[in-house]
Design a protein around this ligand. Structure first.
Ligand code: ATP
Length: 256
């Protein structure tokens, strides 16, 4: 078997002054090209787990490997440039145009100006924004969904092998969200990258994930394909999640 893209070995994180583990002795591995969705109740440790991959948080115990390399020994700035990171608040720089925002990392890497310009245009087209229309605008002149697309384009700029996405579509309406989900599936399929996406939305998790990670109280309850989880929930928490999604579906049945 090939080296996993991401591997956690007995990783724990406890914040200063806290009496419990935000992430509690977690081990798993992710093969290259998988689209992992992470689902769980509020405060169960999803964001903390994600932020340990690019070392925004350091684990208290355990080891994290990316393509077989122990991340604790790597230069943190170089590590982060190799990993795409998309968050709900987009993190776009308000005083920079869309073109400048997407070009942030290529500029840091001192790419040639023409190459950067071309790449920015290609990326904006990839996320279905017309470069002619959007390059010169500022983030505040874009809708929430368009800003999310720019955030995605920026994260993809230097072709990271790993993409971390933390509730990227949390702040957009349901229709825009479905459009962005389709976009993400298309990008993932075409790019063969490894995606790790945190969500609160069970439908999003099961629709997008090649595997779904269910978390509760800092631990992984189940990590498997959507089909296997639906057919064989590993514990009461996972079974309750599936039941709640089915209950929501029932709401519509009376109206069709
Ligand atoms: N910087 C921090 N300092 C102290 N405690 C923190 C910090 N960040 C998170 N925590 C705590 O760690 C636990 C896990 O938080 P985390 O943000 O990882 O959860 P989450 O599953 O992403 O939650 P949500 O779905 O609500 O965003 C929570 O109890 C939270 O209060």
């Amino acid at each position: 078997m090939s080296v996993p893209a991401i591997e956690f070995r007995d990783v724990s994180k406890k914040f200063n002054g806290s009496g419990y583990y935000a992430v509690d002795h977690v081990s798993f591995s992710v093969e290259e090209g998988e689209f992992i969705t992470i689902l769980g109740s509020s405060g169960c440790g999803k964001t903390t787990l994600l932020k340990m991959v690019n070392r925004l948080y350091e684990p208290e115990a355990g080891k994290i490997f990316l393509f077989g390399e122990d991340t604790s020994g790597l230069d943190v700035v170089k590590l982060r440039r190799r990993i795409g990171y998309v968050i709900q608040q987009t993190g776009l720089f308000p005083h920079m145009t869309i073109e400048e925002n997407v070009a942030t990392v290529p500029k840091l890497l001192k790419w040639d100006k023409e190459k950067t310009k071309e790449r920015v245009r290609e990326l904006l087209k990839m996320v279905e924004l017309d470069p002619e229309e959007f390059c010169g605008r500022y983030p505040s002149q874009l809708s929430g969904g368009q800003q999310q697309r720019v955030g995605l384009a920026r994260a993809l700029a230097v072709e990271p092998k790993i993409m971390l996405l933390d509730e990227p579509f949390g702040a957009v309406d349901a229709i825009t969200r479905i459009g962005l989900q389709e976009e993400l599936l298309r990008l993932h399929g075409g790019l063969k990258k490894t995606f790790l996406l945190v969500t609160h939305d069970i439908h999003e998790a099961f629709k997008l994930g090649t595997k779904v990670m269910i978390m509760n109280e800092g631990k992984i309850c189940q990590f498997d394909t959507p089909q296997n989880i639906i057919r064989n929930p590993a514990d009461g928490f996972t079974a309750a999640l599936i039941r709640s999604a089915r209950e929501q579906e029932k709401l519509w049945e009376g109206y069709v």
